[in-house]
Write a protein that binds this ligand. Structure first.
Ligand code: ADP
Length: 483
């Protein structure tokens, strides 16, 4: 895929700013480390302009009917699906994930547009029966206002639509800041919305200096809600700084997902889904498995199958046919995997598969799919998010004890269990301190369900009608009437 050397990436009030002659940032292909294009490096000025445009546009956009807003979202959904293959290729080129996963992500991203197009005309209010005869009590849902959206590089397409589709459906306007590593998918989504007929100023895009853009959003009173997906550290910063103007927040932060495989599990299913969870997007998924607990009665069979299959995963440029493991996003990501591996090995873990960088033909940050055994609870890999293809496996014998271990973390995003017993599935799901539990399932993120963490994994939900509620204020109107 060949792009122009400079790509316009700042979109304010319906106009693309020319990147030529501006300060720029290079976007690299993480598989080859070759530059793909340069995008604008915006900051405070552009963000202020974008917020001003979103504030002006809010008046008309919020005044439109849900049905009017949904027409544009339906159109955008259609355009995105029609172009899914090309958008997938762009995504793989800037992010590294295998093309099949990238096209899948684009289709998933389009699904958020469809779901919220459907929801746009269903923001029901309430009529509360009053205890006083001469009163009538109403609840009217109204859009929050201008939304500041900050998105990560691991899902450059779906994390955007998951935030902006419900915001737009609710009647909010948006200033979007994508991750500097992956601005190209964001640009394509904004172009789609433009083509679908989005009025000027409703969606604005600013690429560039993360801190300057973020701080400008935080300092500006007009931005009423910050929606963010990324690290817990940045999430906490946004939460602290949002206090100044008491902004609403929706945060999707880190996780440390356990997978628990019980003795009554279907072993083949558990192995293939554990692998899918861990190695999808090269382990760079906030809900991907970080640690695996296998019942001791099946650990031999489980480990043997897991190791064999992990070793067969094809590594390489995600654009190539059959590749299952692309590159890691950057050098720091690679260093973190190495740090977790070295810490585990020096404390007695055994490498049963992989365990090193991958020396392929490409320059990117490739790492072998790695499985560890003999891991102990105090190792970094058992406590910190690795965000890479490292899979520690530990055995257990007691249900209550493994639930305690699974819950022993400050994170609370996703947890997974494998069991063929309904009572156990229900009992354990109820006891896990996580916002999401997958039972014989590792792909819980769908447009129609509420995705979100508890504890230090975040606040708020994305997806489902719950995801739309984040962008609505419930106005209560109390009316005195002559009775
Ligand atoms: P990761 O470690 O996964 O890259 P980050 O939290 O650093 O997670 O990044 C997620 C998003 O947050 C990206 O768009 C990034 O540019 C943005 N970001 C990082 N630092 C800040 C900041 N201080 N203020 C606002 N946004 C930030």
């Amino acid at each position: 895929m060949k792009l122009k050397s400079k790509t316009n990436s700042i979109f304010i009030d319906g106009k693309w700013h020319d990147t030529e002659g501006q300060k720029t940032d290079i976007v690299y292909n993480p598989a080859t480390l070759e530059p793909i294009t340069e995008v604008a490096y915006g900051g405070k000025t552009e963000t202020e302009e974008a917020i001003a445009a979103a504030t002006r546009a809010f008046k008309t956009w919020s005044g439109m009917t849900g049905r009017e807003r949904s027409r544009i979202l339906y159109k955008a959904h259609e355009l995105m699906l029609e172009d899914a293959d090309r958008l997938g290729e762009i995504l793989t080129t800037e992010q590294g994930k295998p093309l099949k996963e990238a096209v899948g992500e684009v289709k998933g991203a389009a699904n958020f547009l469809l779901w919220y197009a459907e929801e746009a005309s269903r923001t029901y209010g309430e009529w509360i029966p009053s205890s006083i005869k001469s009163k009538r009590l109403l609840v009217i849902p109204q859009p929050v206002g201008v939304v500041g959206a900050i998105t990560p590089w691991n899902f450059p397409s779906s994390m955007i639509t998951r935030k902006i589709a419900p915001a737009l459906a609710a009647g909010c306007t948006v200033v979007l800041k994508p991750a500097p590593e992956t601005p190209l998918s964001a640009i394509e989504i904004v172009k789609i919305l433009e083509k679908a007929g989005m009025p000027n100023g409703v969606v604005n895009l600013v690429t560039g200096d993360a801190e300057a853009i973020g701080n400008t959003m935080l300092e500006n009173k007009a931005v009423r809600l910050m929606t963010f997906t990324g690290s817990t550290a940045v999430g906490k910063y946004l939460m602290r700084e949002s206090a100044n103007h008491v902004k609403k927040l929706s945060l999707e932060l880190g996780g440390h997902a356990p997978i628990v495989v019980f003795d009554d599990a279907d072993i083949d299913k558990a192995v293939s889904l554990a692998l899918a969870s861990k190695f999808r997007n090269n382990g760079q998924t906030c809900i991907c498995a970080n640690r695996v607990y296998v019942h001791e009665s099946i650990k031999g069979a489980f480990n043997e199958k897991l190791t064999e299959k992990a070793g067969q995963l094809k590594i390489g440029d995600g654009i190539e046919e059959g590749v299952k493991l692309g590159p890691l996003i950057n050098r720091q990501a690679m260093e973190k995997v190495q740090k977790h591996l070295d810490d585990a090995v020096s404390n007695g873990a055994e490498v049963v598969c992989g365990g090193d960088k991958w020396q392929g033909r490409m320059n990117g940050y490739f790492y072998q799919p790695t499985v560890l055994s003999n891991v102990t609870d105090d190792m970094l890999v058992m406590n910190e998010e690795t965000f890479g293809p490292l899979m520690p496996v530990q055995s257990f014998s007691d249900e209550d004890a493994v639930i305690e271990k699974a819950n022993d973390t400050d994170y609370g995003l996703a947890a997974y269990i494998f069991t063929e017993t309904t009572s156990r599935a229900v009992r354990v799901s109820e006891k896990l301190d996580y916002g999401i539990v997958g039972v014989n399932d590792v792909f819980p993120a769908v447009a129609e369900a509420p995705f979100g963490g508890i504890k230090q994994s975040g606040v708020g939900k994305e997806g489902g009608y719950h995801g739309m509620d984040e962008f609505l204020e419930m106005k209560y109107v109390s009316m005195g009437i002559d009775s």
